[in-house]
Design a protein around this ligand. Structure first.
Ligand SMILES: Cc1cc2nc3c(=O)[nH]c(=O)nc-3n(C[C@H](O)[C@H](O)[C@H](O)COP(=O)(O)OP(=O)(O)OC[C@H]3O[C@@H](n4cnc5c(N)ncnc54)[C@H](O)[C@@H]3O)c2cc1C
Length: 477
């Protein structure tokens, strides 16, 4: 019998698992994907927003502010990047100037650091700013992360502290039982006293498994992006936001922590909760909108497109509460933007305002806060690199030429406690396939290493989920 079952191993499930792993509890996480952070947490703008934007008196506003405060320390402990590069919200006409001053006042009221930036300074700090940009507000507390790096590091700590992680296991039904719930999955039945529903775009479907009176719907709102290769001169130094509209924060231009540039996202409701294909219509929209913020956009440097689905709720706010007709079943739903920025605060809120009233939460004396990171050869000095290669020559064998990743780093990623089992999960942990060639050179080598280290046949190695085998048959078969 588990004390708590968390459904979903996105950023929300990972923070919950990490934080609950510090207490004397039996915790289990279930995700239908074969890796942590494989849905919305994998495809977004990766911004830890300042908290300037959500509507007053919402959980979004409250938890975004708190989350922004919490991120830096957490990322330091987890050995993952957090870069507080700051953001400009840019106005391009008189109407937008009015909205800019509303955002300025709102930020001031919330104690979000903010100041006006006039065109002259904008041009100095952002040489590619568009010719129609008039004025901006500077939000220096805004940061960037790599969301799946955070989620994986959180889950590794959770597992090291005893959390039971079930990947590749879909929750198909939930039954009420004498002591709580029976969670029925594609692989068996898990009994638990409490359920935390952190299932992203599927949270309403999971809720329907225990309730006939579900008061909210989750509709996927798709966002599509372009990714630019690493440039000799950065296109932008800050995150550039346009003035927000009914559709949300708008099409942005921003650097990533690993030095690429993101252009996007679009914002359109779609029917398909699995529909993360790219479309020329939405990408065309992104391309036109980007032109309002910056000029000289090197579209010939696009190396990838992707799309993510925002779990937009019919309440337009985060839904974090015990279900009215299902005791001890707690919804953590409707976590659209600023869900990433708020994630540490969402977990804190669930524990402090809901679970602490129900469970005797006793801290473990031997829980750990972090694990040593995977070796990053690029961060070592030449002397350290040479010593590492002498000790294990696989660290001198470059597999990914674009990102300069060695075999040793890939092997480490496979043998972590939340180890990589697919080509995509290697890419998420150590980046082969993230560079200019997008895996053209390294993918066959990664397949070989995975097969060798996991003692599998090469034909059995998948790119991502169960049916995405990279090789389909032996030559001549
Ligand atoms: C285009 C876009 C841009 C965004 N930009 C930002 C941003 O810059 N800053 C920000 O703060 N937020 C941003 N967000 C929002 C942020 O990405 C989300 O709030 C966050 O990732 C949600 O995390 P989650 O853990 O709730 O959901 P997910 O990451 O989707 O995790 C839910 C998990 O539940 C699992 N699951 C679902 N059903 C089942 C089942 N039946 N059985 C087992 N497992 C199941 C899924 O496999 C999935 O792994 C953006 C979102 C999008 C789409």
């Amino acid at each position: 019998m588990q004390d708590v079952v968390i459904i979903g191993a996105g950023i929300i499930g990972s923070f919950l698992a990490h934080d609950l792993s510090k207490y004397d509890l039996k915790v289990c996480v279930i995700d239908k994907e074969n890796d942590v952070a494989n849905e919305t947490t994998m495809a977004n703008s990766a911004i830890v927003h300042s908290g300037h934007d959500p509507k007053d008196d919402t959980l979004k506003a409250k938890l975004n502010l708190r989350g922004n405060e919490m991120y830096e320390d957490i990322c330091k402990k987890l050995h993952v990047d957090f870069k507080r590069i700051g953001a400009y919200v840019v106005a391009t006409n008189d109407e937008e100037l009015e909205e800019l001053s509303r955002l300025y006042e709102q930020s001031k009221r919330r104690n979000v650091p903010v100041r006006y930036v006039e065109r002259e300074e904008l041009v100095k700090n952002e040489p590619n700013i568009s010719d129609i940009a008039i004025r901006a507000i500077d939000l220096p507390s805004t940061g960037i992360i790599y969301p799946w790096e955070v989620a994986i590091a959180l889950m590794e700590v959770a597992v090291a502290n005893g959390v039971d992680l079930h990947l590749g296991e879909e929750v198909t039904a939930i039954e009420k039982s004498e002591n709580g719930y029976k969670v029925i999955t594609s692989k068996g039945v898990i009994e638990t006293k409490y359920v935390l529903n952190a299932a992203g775009v599927f949270a309403d479907d999971i809720y329907r498994m225990v309730s006939d009176n579900v008061e909210f719907d989750i509709t996927p709102r798709k966002g599509e992006y372009f990714v630019l290769d690493k440039l000799n001169q950065p296109l932008v130094n800050h995150i550039l936001y346009p003035i927000p509209s009914q559709k949300g924060k708008g099409v942005l231009v921003l650097p990533t922590t690993h030095g690429n540039t993101l252009l996007g996202p679009s914002s359109d409701f779609v029917d398909d909760k699995k529909g993360i294909n790219n479309t020329s219509d939405y990408l065309g929209y992104v391309r036109r909108e980007v032109g309002k913020l910056v000029k000289n956009v090197p579209m010939d440097k696009v190396i990838r497109n992707f799309a993510g689905l925002r779990p937009t709720s019919s309440t337009h706010d985060f839904i974090i509460e015990e279900a009215k007709d299902a005791p001890n079943f707690i919804n953590v739903a409707g976590i659209e933007s600023p869900g990433l920025a708020s994630a540490p605060a969402i977990s804190e809120y669930v524990i402090e305002t809901i679970l602490k009233n129900k469970l005797a939460l006793v801290k473990k004396s031997d829980a750990i806060d972090s694990l040593p990171p995977i070796t990053d050869m690029k961060k070592l000095t030449e002397e350290e690199r040479n010593a590492k290669i002498k000790e294990d020559p696989r660290y001198g064998h470059i597999i990914c030429r674009c990102e300069q990743i060695s075999e040793g780093e890939i092997v480490e990623a496979i043998h972590r406690n939340v180890g990589a089992t697919s080509v995509k999960s290697i890419k998420k942990r150590v980046r082969p396939g993230m560079g200019r060639c997008q895996g053209g050179f390294c993918e066959p080598l990664v397949v070989e290493i995975l097969a060798r280290e996991l003692a599998k046949q090469k034909n059995d190695i998948v790119y991502d989920d169960v049916e995405s085998n990279v090789l389909v048959a032996k030559k001549g078969a």
